[in-house]
Design a protein. Structure first.
Length: 270
């Protein structure tokens, strides 16, 4: 980043604060907490920030602030239920403001940007079937899984089903932790280690996932099917009315294509 440029950083993240301490450019922060000490000190010095306050996405500069819009009015936030998407909106809003866009134009853009497989592939893509729903997301680390868990806690369903995989270039503990989180948010789990072993053996990743699941729910029956096509076909065939199926896939394009294919077939009445 040039000295005259900007670094848009998360004031709630310790690693971003370390980046800010070394950066040789302008700094702007965003935060989910208006009372974050970093935000307070930054704005006290005349700095610019984006904050989430009282349900609003807000720009703060020095002593003044302007509310851009309520998070519940912004489709990307899923009615204000997905914290990491609100964080993304804060970062995007702040970036637009720094570029010189008017807040009204930013508000309009946020209101009309609809999350979908076309616009945001692998980021909270929800497909509505007649009897159930499917969510496809590329969450592959503990932080991502926690974000999904927080969202699912707001979703009413007769059964929460999860299709998960491990990412080979992550630490053992991180892979195990994702499985622990999965066990907390799903009633039923299928491990589908289809691709992206990234230096590990398939069974090694499966064993780490099983370890994490069993630590939380020792008696949980876990299915293993390493064919994405076969897994999806099976899960759709066995889905109960009102269930919510979450696919945390290592092959997002394939997952979206397959789910779209089955949804199209349903719409065509086949």
């Amino acid at each position: 980043v040039k000295r005259s440029g900007w670094a848009v950083l998360n004031a709630d993240n310790e690693y971003c604060l370390k980046i800010a301490a070394k950066a040789d450019c302008n700094i702007a922060y965003f935060s989910m907490d208006e009372k974050n000490p970093v935000i307070k000190e930054h704005c006290k010095k005349g700095g610019i920030a984006a904050i989430y306050e009282n349900g609003y996405v807000t720009i703060k500069k020095g002593d003044w602030k302007i509310r851009v819009d309520k998070a519940t009015h912004i489709p990307l936030t899923f009615n204000g239920t997905v914290e990491f998407m609100i964080q993304n909106v804060l970062a995007a809003t702040l970036t637009g403001f720094l570029w010189g866009y008017k807040t009204e134009d930013i508000k309009m853009s946020l209101a009309t940007f609809i999350p979908s497989a076309a616009h945001t592939p692998g980021r909270m893509n929800v497909f509505k079937f007649k009897e159930f729903k499917i969510l496809v997301d590329f969450a592959h680390n503990p932080a991502g899984f926690i974000g999904i868990k927080e969202y699912l806690s707001t979703v009413e369903a007769t059964e929460h089903v999860g299709i998960i995989s491990g990412t080979g270039d992550r630490r053992d503990e991180d892979i195990i932790e994702t499985a622990r989180i999965a066990a907390q948010m799903f009633d039923r789990i299928i491990i589908c280690q289809e691709k992206y072993l990234r230096g590990r053996k398939q069974q090694e990743l499966i064993d780490l996932l099983l370890q994490g699941i069993k630590e939380v729910k020792p008696d949980m029956q876990v299915e293993i099917n390493n064919s994405g096509e076969a897994t999806l076909k099976h899960i759709i065939k066995t889905a109960v009315t009102g269930s919510f199926i979450t696919i945390l896939s290592d092959t997002i394009d394939n997952a979206i294509h397959r789910v779209t294919h089955y949804l199209d077939k349903e719409l065509e009445g086949k």
